[in-house]
Design a protein around this ligand. Structure first.
Ligand code: NI
Length: 167
């Protein structure tokens, strides 16, 4: 296993649209293991392959406190979304920034697991938020892009300053 470098916003590679996984192979499973390890080490509750510069439709999520409920979503498709809820989000590609985003309250998705088997998942709360956030990454969208242009400009300036200070 290996820790993978996470692309940092506003890296243009975060805006690439991921392609569907054609077949789930040993190589896919190795990537998933590395993504999970990278997510747990960060620590974070979700990671999309886009964030580690692999532009395939793969997401790992674990919103449990014990880090023992890993969910792997390959080629996720949103089947249903209902309600609306605003909650604070952060992202491993946008360190130190937490902003409120409005998303569907409940979602149903179908996806393939790490063995290529299709499953359906009904989610609400943090898991629903996380699924939508990670699926956005696969479309090349970072959560701050849900915010106003003014806020996005401020965030980019803040990140630039943070990076200068840590050099
Ligand atoms: Ni993110």
């Amino acid at each position: 296993m290996a820790l993978l470098p996470i692309l940092q916003y506003p890296d243009p590679r975060l805006h690439k649209v991921a392609k569907s996984v054609v077949s789930v192979t040993e190589q896919t499973r190795k990537l998933i293991k590395d993504m999970a390890e990278t997510m747990y080490a960060a620590p974070g509750v979700g990671l999309a392959a886009t964030q580690v510069d692999v532009h395939e439709r793969i997401v790992v999520i674990d919103v449990s406190e014990e880090h023992n409920d890993l969910k792997v979503l390959i080629n996720p498709v949103l089947l249903n979304a209902e309600g609306e809820e605003e909650s604070e989000e952060g992202c491993l590609s946008v360190p130190g920034i937490y902003e409120k985003v409005t998303r569907a309250e409940k979602v149903i998705v179908k996806a393939l697991d790490e063995n290529g088997k299709e499953f359906k998942l009904e989610a609400d709360g943090l898991l629903a938020v996380c699924i939508q956030h990670e699926m956005d990454h696969l479309q090349g969208r970072v959560f701050v892009e849900h915010l106003s242009h003014l806020k996005q400009t401020r965030i980019r300036a803040k990140l630039k300053k943070q990076r200068r200070e840590t050099l």
